[in-house]
Design a binder for this molecule. Structure first.
Ligand SMILES: Cc1cc2nc3c(=O)[nH]c(=O)nc-3n(C[C@H](O)[C@H](O)[C@H](O)COP(=O)(O)OP(=O)(O)OC[C@H]3O[C@@H](n4cnc5c(N)ncnc54)[C@H](O)[C@@H]3O)c2cc1C
Length: 392
């Protein structure tokens, strides 16, 4: 039988490879990764956090599986003599809302509770008691994850998935995919092979697009228009003399986020749409710290007046410009090109559920555990966006 060829060996491609060879030992899987150092891959440049606080069913269900996977990662991804640890810290997310955002937070809370998420709504008095370092002007309500949310080492997750996949027989090839050999019958396309920069051609049973921010180019080889672009996001490394006891991952009413990292903090922001070009160079937006991030953070956390920026990095969100949610599964015009794209800033936490689901789809013809069809790429053709209100 021909191999399954996965283009892109980040967390998404590696999770799919891991689950394929877990669910069907001996399954022939090849991962094509052009940069084994992952210098520009989102998986290596992420804030590596997981939350249950989404506003639609499928994203909450995906995270419920994701947190269980992260808790058990040492066992699940163990290789002989090695039990990987990804340093999961369940510090919670704290969403702050103004009076205008209060109703949305309450609606989301009802949905999250229905799915069993361990979340609590907190009024200003509760917030002041739990987090005395917060200044609560303009805050009407907060929503705190009590368990099942937090942060971890995303790069370690990537290397653990890759190593485990390799130990299960997956071959990683350091090369660039540059095209697809296509056939067509009765109006439906079929990928016969993946062409590589080196001149090699890899015949395949399925080809998987796990190309991260660069996925649209891969889709284009099959004549499919994929609304995914790279949007630069800067993460600032911060040091502060002010201790913030029990600091969760804070989502401020301004949209700025902050979380502890080692002895300090990391923080980020989303640039306004008119200052957010596609594939901006991966240089951190240092000026945004002084101009925008610091003043707002110091308003919310008065102890941050003495904050120091110690460095910064930038990576691409693989942004789905249609509706900011993952685009997963087969496209109606091609029977064996599988999409795993457009995670828009939450692919690290979604890789376990998406890897498991797409492996089921390829090996059995349908989703067996969690039905990922709400994320189907078909929703673009149907003009049916999947709404998610909690976008960071
Ligand atoms: C600043 C920042 C913060 C983030 N914070 C979070 C967070 O807190 N929680 C969370 O869940 N997610 C977060 N994310 C998002 C998360 O990192 C991504 O969704 C996830 O890493 C996507 O994984 P991927 O494997 O699809 O992409 P990538 O990691 O980018 O991997 C794609 C790979 O495909 C390879 N590739 C592309 N085209 C080809 C080709 N033609 N041939 C061969 N190889 C190819 C690339 O070299 C790359 O290594 C964040 C992202 C950024 C940038």
């Amino acid at each position: 039988m021909l191999p399954i060829v996965i283009i892109g060996g980040g967390v998404i491609g590696s999770a799919i490879a891991y689950f394929l060879t877990l669910q069907q030992p001996g399954c022939d899987v090849v991962v094509v990764e052009r940069d084994p150092t992952y210098a520009r891959a989102s998986s290596a440049l992420s804030a590596s956090s997981i939350r249950q606080q989404f506003s639609n069913d499928i994203n909450i269900q995906i995270s419920a599986y994701g947190i269980g996977f992260l808790r058990d990662v040492g066992t699940l991804l163990a290789c002989p003599g090695e039990e990987p640890q990804v340093g999961l810290h369940e510090g919670g997310y704290l969403y702050l809302a103004t009076a205008a955002g209060e109703a949305t937070l309450r609606d989301n809370h009802v949905l999250q509770k229905r799915h069993g998420a361990d979340v609590a709504l907190l009024g200003p008095e509760d917030l002041a008691r739990l987090f005395p370092w917060l200044a609560l002007q303009g805050v009407a309500l907060g929503s705190l994850g009590l368990s099942g949310e937090g942060w971890f080492d995303g790069y370690l997750l990537l290397t653990a998935l890759r190593k485990k996949a390799q130990s299960q027989g997956v071959r990683y090839i350091a090369d660039e995919a540059v095209g697809l050999d296509m056939a067509c019958s009765d109006g439906v396309q079929h990928v016969r092979a993946v062409q590589l920069q080196s001149g090699t051609t890899l015949p395949c049973r399925f080809a998987v697009n796990a190309g991260g921010a660069w996925a649209a180019a891969i889709a284009g080889w099959a004549g499919i228009d994929l609304p995914v672009v790279g949007k630069r996001r800067t993460v600032f490394n911060l040091a502060s003399p002010a201790p913030l006891p029990r600091c969760p991952l804070l989502i401020d009413t301004s949209g700025i986020w902050l979380r502890p990292e080692g002895k300090g903090f990391i923080a980020g922001f989303a640039p306004p749409a008119d200052q957010d070009p596609d594939f901006a160079p991966l240089e951190p937006e240092y000026h945004a710290f002084e101009d925008h991030v610091w003043p707002l953070l110091a308003e919310r956390i008065p102890g941050f007046e003495a904050l120091r920026m110690q460095g910064a990095w930038a990576g691409y969100y693989e942004m789905n410009t249609f509706d900011h949610n993952a685009l997963v599964g087969l496209h109606s015009t091609c029977d064996n090109l599988v999409f795993a794209n457009g995670f828009s800033g939450h692919g690290l936490q979604q890789c376990p559920a998406v890897g498991r689901g797409l492996a089921e789809l390829m090996l059995t013809g349908r989703y067996q555990s969690l039905d990922l069809s709400p994320l189907s790429i078909q929703r673009i053709a149907d003009r049916q966006p999947l709404l998610e209100k909690n976008i960071i």
